[in-house]
Design a protein around this ligand. Sequence first.
Ligand code: E4P
Length: 230
Amino acid sequence: MKFFIDTADTKDIRELASSGLVDGVTTNPSLVAKTGRKFVDVVAEICAIVPGPVSAEVAATDFDTMLKEGRRLARIAKNVAVKVPLTVDGLKTCKALSSDGVMVNVTLCFSAAQAILAAKAGASFISPFVGRLDDVGASGMALIQEICTIYRQYPAFKTEVLVASIRNPTHVVDAAKMGAHVATLPPNVLRQLYAHPLTDKGLAAFLTDWAKTGQSILDDQPEERVAKAG
Ligand code: E4P
């Protein structure tokens, strides 16, 4: 399973990417607005930090302007995935950009029917929003299960299921069990994945016992002792 980070904050991206566990980044207009920075500058900077796909969303809603914006965004770097909303014009733009070899992430997916359309339009990624479905009393994870099942019936579909609007580590684990290709995680959720109280407790006990030995792994050089004895 690939992990993308869902943020436009380059400080967070640098820190989290240094783990070597980050495969890509997703942004959206709301996340970019929070930075107060120029969109194309932010996208260029993120693309230089993370070599994997970096989603950058168009702002227009009509096909002609979306296509122009998509092509502009795709010129920023080879790893830009142009993000388009799941509308008729968005899917037309997806089809056109995909045919040109540009990665496209179709966003704001809330039904399996929409996910089928995105796959037919040649999307590289479909982004179903699990948290926002949960927020209105539906089941976000049930939608992921449905899309994964449908896509598996059609090996010709190359679209990856990118689980978006993730709110907690349980969403990530459930998505992994279903075989979703990608989870895009807000920075706080990615940090939560590392955490378990028994890890902290166990480590504290090991360190206390180790301190009692008075040893240092780095100061001890058994190779030299063996060489001298020989
Ligand atoms: C990712 O591509 C989406 O833009 C994002 O996951 C939306 O998350 P939200 O529902 O928490 O805003």
